[in-house]
Write a protein that binds this ligand. Structure first.
Ligand code: 5RP
Length: 232
């Protein structure tokens, strides 16, 4: 699939996702190129149809885009709950376990996900995999002592790489932390890995999102498929 085709599927998933946002909702808005299409559609509905909702965003980038459309964006601590959060994902498996953080926003994404009554992911079909892990797993790490965290990951065979931008500078998250990407190839035991990562001193959060989604909207050439996780 080339980038143009992939973008068309992302856009279709974003537009489908936007249908779930209703007047009066408090909505979590994720981060990434698929979410950009979602926010474009919500912006269109805001301006053309008078849609009115309050947004909480998982990054400053998304807040800026949404405010540009006149969407009201507030701080997460200014709302007592989030009705629905819609976000992208880097990979999702058949059990709806996901990897997120390709856009370095995993910490705020997990906080919004945790505080939302309902969570939807919007992805193109290339993100749906049998086993997660081909996509490098992002881990948010405090800069102080990050070199030691990376050495620990190396010793465990996690193949960590400090994320750099195109100019070779270390990428900083919205909380001014580093992202370390783990090149694992495949993750057969995500729960155990999640435990290990979160118990590593210096790790703030990791991009394993296990049992955290209610619906996945998959952009597909025949139209978006809406998958509802059973029992959720
Ligand atoms: C950002 C994320 C994104 O949701 C994920 O990287 C998917 O991005 P895209 O829609 O651009 O493929 O987790 O931290």
């Amino acid at each position: 699939m080339d980038k143009q085709q992939q973008d068309a599927l992302k856009k279709a998933a974003g537009i489908e996702g936007a249908k779930f946002i209703e007047d009066g909702m408090i909505a979590g808005l994720g981060t990434g190129s698929t979410v950009r299409f979602l926010v474009d559609e919500l912006g269109r509905r805001t301006q053309e149809e008078g849609l009115k909702f309050t947004g909480v965003t998982t990054s400053r980038r998304t807040a800026e885009q949404a405010r540009g459309y006149g969407i009201e964006i507030v701080d997460i601590d200014d709302v007592d709950h989030i009705d629905l959060a819609i976000d992208g994902a880097d990979e999702v498996d058949k059990d709806f376990n996901g990897i997120k953080g390709g856009g370095a926003a995993l910490l705020w994404e997990k906080i919004v996900n945790e505080n939302s009554d309902y969570n939807i992911w919007i992805v193109d079909e290339s993100k749906v995999v049998d086993t997660i892990g081909a996509f490098p797993l992002p881990v948010e790490v405090i800069p102080y002592g990050a070199g030691h965290v990376i050495k620990r990951f190396e010793a465990k065979g996690y193949q960590p790489v400090l994320r750099l931008d195109a100019e070779g500078n270390d990428v900083r998250t919205d909380e001014n932390n580093y992202i370390v990407d783990l090149h694992l190839g495949r993750i057969d035991h995500p729960q155990e890995l999640a435990e290990d990562l979160i118990n590593t001193v210096g790790v703030v959060e990791h991009g394993l999102f296990l049992d955290r989604v209610n619906k996945v909207i998959v952009g597909n050439p025949n139209g978006p498929r809406v998958l509802t996780v059973s029992g959720k």
